[in-house]
Design a protein around this ligand. Sequence first.
Ligand code: TYM
Length: 333
Amino acid sequence: MADKKVILSGSTVTGDLTLGNYIGAMNNWRKLQEEYNCHYFIADLHALTVAQDPKALRERCFSFFAQYLALGLDPEKNTIFVQSHIHEHAELAWILTCLTPMGNLNRMTQFKDKSSRTKNINAGLFTYPTLMASDILLYQADVVPVGEDQRQHMELCRDLVVFFENRYGEGILKMPEAYIGKAGARVMALQDPSKKMSKSDDNEKNFVSIIDSPKKIQKKIKSAQTDSDTVVNYDPENKPGLANLLTIYSVLSERSIEEICKDYEGKMYGHLKVDLADLVVDTLKPVQEKYEDLMKNKDHLEALMEKGAQKARLRAADTLKKVYETTGLIYRR
Ligand code: TYM
């Protein structure tokens, strides 16, 4: 394990995991677990940047944890844990916050986007990227598999390593690389292909959730917005809705977009939508069955959370100790 490269990634516990999360992130996480020392976590502290119903948040943490497992992440091979179980995340985040120029945070497009849609903008929403950097740097991660929307946050994280080194010297924090898959790094909203599919979208028709019923999935995909042309070809600029469906089709079927387009020569968009809906339902069926099963036994999930936390804690504490010693803080005995 020691010589394997370290991977870290997570998802914020808001809404329900979507097909976008699966295609842009978890599908890659699953593939990476064979070769790397992987750490996958449930970002519950990040969820607090928007108002949460406490009971629903706790329930959703269990649900996300079960979905990670149901999507094929193996708790024996990976360290799977809940962010708030490792207090070092918040501690390192504070130290990094004190190194982060306001100007860098002001440039974050996700903050601009989220704050334009919210009345009560809290400081956590603004400093969120420093908490994300601490998630990554605590585990000395080499590689961070994420979707395209996290690119800017990753750049800030890398900048923070440089700021830290400029002040305190090298060799304490590792410089991480983002891993953004070639296909499906930005799955678009079904009713508005100009924006990304997001689990916190107010319009439920814009996303397919991993745990949506087959009927809902069929309905959402069949009513996805496409143009009025009839030829099935990949043209993201002029036919963004269709291009999005073809991307989803290609990733889930592991076939090239050209091959898929050939299958639909002389056929209408409707045929493609029906087949894609079936493919999504079939892909998610075993995941949903496993998920239902896992959710029946919360004690088992809690035991797995604790097991993951124990592994994660060792690595996190080791980094935090070095950071305390370097920055002049006295590390607790
Ligand atoms: P989150 O919860 O928004 O998304 C989880 C992962 O899914 C990817 N993703 C997408 N990929 C393709 N198309 C989409 N429409 C789409 N929507 C989401 C995201 O890029 C992400 O990889 N800030 C992070 C969570 C986080 C984190 C971290 C990630 C907190 N700390 C440390 C990596 C490392 C977030 O909110 O992701």
